[in-house]
Design a protein around this ligand. Structure first.
Ligand SMILES: Nc1ncnc2c1ncn2[C@@H]1O[C@H](COP(=O)(O)OP(=O)(O)OP(=O)(O)O)[C@@H](O)[C@H]1O
Ligand SMILES: [Mg+2]
Length: 321
């Protein structure tokens, strides 16, 4: 099996806690916080680990929070390659108010990065990638990084003949897509931004996605549609994979779990239909777990079986967004 490398340039320590009543101007007593390793590519490596697949988790990190991140990933037995930075890894905070079961998520921008640090990341990436490997770059850039960073990653992936999967947003996503990606996984909002429109309705989705693909050097476009599943688009076909209806607890981590499922199936040489079905199973499985937890393997296998056996029926159903 070819190796899977994940790249996270702006990782995080995700700290979550609960409070009974979120009110201003008063001292709020929180429960003992839970710490988790976070950031797009790191979440993909964590979900792959749950699926039983190995990955090389490459990320930029520094400071005491960087050490903490290393320990958290070590506890999970995930193989790491850390590109050192002078500034510290950010800490994000999620607070659930148990009085009304609302969750508030505070995301920090990320550390200051010197040009030598992100250049070093690109160099190390070039050194680890081999022909046929899968590279997943996921998550936001740090504030000082060049907006075309993911496009530079694309050049390296092309040179090394690695299959590049990109999951980010905004201008960084657009630049990366324009430079060439094997598989792009925007959600509906991200696809709208890529196409320069405000919103996309269901009847516009397929033609817009096809037009976008014809103008962009990307082989596969998987548009994730939340509870509706995902649309697989290649230059010669479009296929809707519906998500099963489940008892939903938290949608956090659905996108990262979906990407993990897709790269897992790709690395096993599955067809694109099987790849997206497995991705949808993983994304939906992530919605069945509490808080920031990703997909559970047992749920994934059950959901994937359901998707495979109900594929013909779901294809015939009229699904509207
Ligand atoms: N409410 C839901 N019910 C069932 N499945 C869901 C739901 N939300 C998400 N999923 C599953 O997760 C996949 C990815 O979800 P979504 O389209 O919300 O990605 P995203 O917007 O990138 O998510 P994230 O916020 O994690 O980045 C979907 O294709 C679907 O399989
Ligand atoms: Mg996403």
């Amino acid at each position: 099996m070819k190796k899977i490398v994940t790249l996270t340039v702006n990782p995080a320590i995700d700290k979550s806690t609960t409070v009974n009543g979120l009110k201003p101007h008063s001292k709020l007593r929180c429960t003992q916080p839970v710490y988790e390793a976070g950031g797009g590519g790191i979440n993909v490596s964590r979900a792959l680990n749950e699926l039983g697949a190995e990955s090389l988790c490459m990320y930029m990190a520094g400071g005491p929070t960087g050490d903490r991140l290393h320990d958290l990933l070590n506890d999970l037995d995930i193989t790491q390659q850390v590109v050192p930075t002078a500034d510290s890894v950010r800490e994000n905070l999620a607070v659930t108010d148990i009085a009304n079961n609302q969750q508030y998520r505070f995301g920090m921008p990320g550390p200051k990065i010197n040009p030598s640090e992100w250049e070093n990341t690109l160099r190390q990436l070039g050194a680890v990638l081999a022909e046929g490997d899968f590279l997943v770059a996921s998550g936001s850039l740090c504030p000082d990084m060049p907006i075309d960073f993911y496009a530079r990653v694309s050049k390296i992936a092309q040179k090394k003949k690695a299959k590049y999967i990109l999951d980010t947003s905004g201008e960084a996503l657009l630049k990366g897509a324009q430079a060439g990606v094997f598989l792009l996984k925007p959600n509906l909002g991200e696809l709208a931004a890529l196409c320069g429109v405000d919103t996309i309705s269901f009847h516009e989705l397929e033609p817009l996605a096809q037009t976008f693909l014809s103008k962009t050097p990307c082989e596969v476009l998987v548009v994730s549609l939340g509870a509706k599943g995902a649309l697989l688009v290649t230059k010669d076909r479009t296929e809707l994979i519906a998500a099963p209806i489940v008892h939903q607890k938290s949608t956090i981590g659905a996108g990262d779990s979906m990407v993990a499922g897709m790269v897992y199936a790709l690395a096993q040489g599955k067809s694109l239909t099987e790849v997206v079905r497995y991705g949808v199973a993983c994304g939906t499985a992530a919605t069945m777990t509490e808080g920031t937890q990703l997909c559970k393997r047992e749920d994934v296998e059950q959901l994937n079986k359901w998707i495979v056996s109900n594929a013909a029926t779901m294809q015939k159903m009229e699904i509207t967004v």
